[in-house]
Design a protein around this ligand. Structure first.
Ligand SMILES: [Zn+2]
Length: 442
């Protein structure tokens, strides 16, 4: 039992899949595109270029907020966040400081525990630095295709206590983002990026400690969980010795299984935030917010609950089926088609989950046709069945005599034996019919 209270908060960045970038008309689809082919004066940060905000990105941010029960601010604005780094040609990033689009959300975990969402804001992504070698010299190249792609940041309160809770929450964020259709949330392509703030506090006290360690640049749920556990243990060891933990940013090495120092964290005041003068503030009226809320699709949790209720499936099955929106839709189509052929939702779910049968058919109709064919197969002829049944009756003397003494339940055993001999190729009704005839006459 730990002598400390574990305190974990999350920051999740999601790149929005809008057609154009956040503040210009360049395409936002940058993955694997030739370097610096999707750029303009705005996203290159050239002097005098004027940004204009992407409406769809703003709507997507509001949608995400509403999915997490956030309040959408009726008035919000963009701010300049200053820092100097080669991936940021303007010397500042357009982000949101004190008035983000969404605040004060909440998410209920499977356990019933509530996680508070502090804010969800919108900003622009930076350019990508590529560390390479040109003519034998180590260089850093800059690809501006990603510069200015809309990026949403969701920040939670430090309400998590372990890696498992973090993993459950992040998987849900990924699913929700995909259900809303606002991002691919593909971690390998960097369209979903995770950061965790970790510290240890006094047991029994709600006060937050005066430091936090930021875990950054971890691109899988599994590694983040590992990194969190390792980092919690590292801090505990330091504090147990009476030392203090340095506030810094740390990475995680998959090879050593340890976290390592990357840089000492800047304070918020270092960014010298001030309102972005080139973009007017954003205003949402209540009607507009209600309309966006009404436009939200059924979300993963609602779908799981409905599947449990409508189809009587286990929570595990509902979770698997609702993991992916396309598969959930496929399942429901298959169920409605399957009903006509007498297949239950449970049978269809079984074949999808345990046999992955849906993967062979792009359309549910093909999948159902296959099950119909497979179950209404051509049985062995009556003659072949009869020969096998006769052999079983001859071989299973004691079962036959039990039957004659009135132990009718051995019938099932004999049917099973005959079916085994026929390798399951016979119609069980025919076996039983022949069997009853033979038992009566013998
Ligand atoms: Zn551009």
């Amino acid at each position: 039992m730990s002598a400390f209270r574990k305190i974990i908060g999350l920051e999740v960045h999601v790149e929005l899949s809008t057609r154009s970038k956040m503040f210009c008309a360049c395409s936002s689809e940058h993955f694997a595109k030739p370097a610096n082919t999707q750029v303009c004066p705005v996203c290159l940060g050239l002097p005098g270029a004027l940004p204009f905000a992407n409406r769809e990105a703003i709507l997507s941010t509001a949608k995400l907020g509403l999915a997490f029960a956030c309040q959408v601010n009726s008035f919000s604005k963009f701010d300049r966040k200053h820092y100097f780094y080669p991936d940021l040609p303007k010397g500042y990033q357009i982000s949101q400081y004190d008035l983000p689009i969404c605040v004060l959300g909440e998410w209920t975990m499977e356990s019933g525990k509530k996680i508070r969402i502090r804010r969800i804001h919108l900003e622009e992504d930076t350019a990508k630095l590529i560390h390479s070698e040109v003519g034998g010299i180590k260089v850093t190249l800059v690809d501006f295709n990603r510069s200015g792609v809309p990026l949403v940041e969701l920040v939670t309160e430090p309400d998590f206590e372990n890696g498992q809770e973090v993993s459950e929450f992040l998987k849900e964020v990924q699913k929700i983002v995909r259900y809303l259709g606002i991002s691919t949330a593909d971690m390998e392509k960097g369209s979903m990026r995770l950061e965790a703030n970790i510290s240890l506090g006094e047991l029994g006290s709600q006060a937050l400690p005066d430091y936090k360690v930021e875990l950054k640049n971890i691109n899988s749920f599994r590694f983040l969980v590992k990194a969190i556990n390792v980092e919690l243990a590292r801090q505990e060891e330091i504090l147990a010795k009476g030392d203090s933990v340095v506030q810094e940013t740390r990475g995680y090495s998959e090879t050593t299984g340890k976290t390592f120092s990357q840089r000492v964290k800047e304070e918020a005041k270092d960014y010298r935030y001030f309102p972005e003068p080139d973009i007017p503030p954003l205003r949402f009226d209540n009607n507009e917010i209600a309309k966006i809320k009404a436009s939200l699709p059924e979300l993963p949790k609602e779908k799981r609950n409905r599947f449990e209720k409508d189809y009587g499936l286990s929570a595990l099955y509902c979770g698997i089926l609702a993991d992916d929106l396309a598969r959930a839709d496929y399942f429901e189509k298959a169920v409605s088609l399957g009903e006509k052929s007498g297949f239950s939702a449970k049978t269809i779910a079984d074949l999808m989950i345990n046999k992955n049968m849906d993967k062979d058919f792009s359309e549910p109709a093909g999948f159902i046709k296959k099950i119909v064919e497979a179950t209404h197969k051509v049985y062995s002829s009556k003659e072949i069945t009869e020969t096998a049944v006769r052999e079983i009756v001859g071989a299973e003397e004691s079962a036959v005599s039990d039957y004659k003494k009135g132990k009718k339940q051995v019938l099932g055993f004999l049917v099973g034996k005959a079916q085994q001999k026929l390798k399951g190729s016979a119609d069980p009704k025919v076996i039983q019919e022949i069997l009853l005839g033979l038992l009566e006459e013998s």
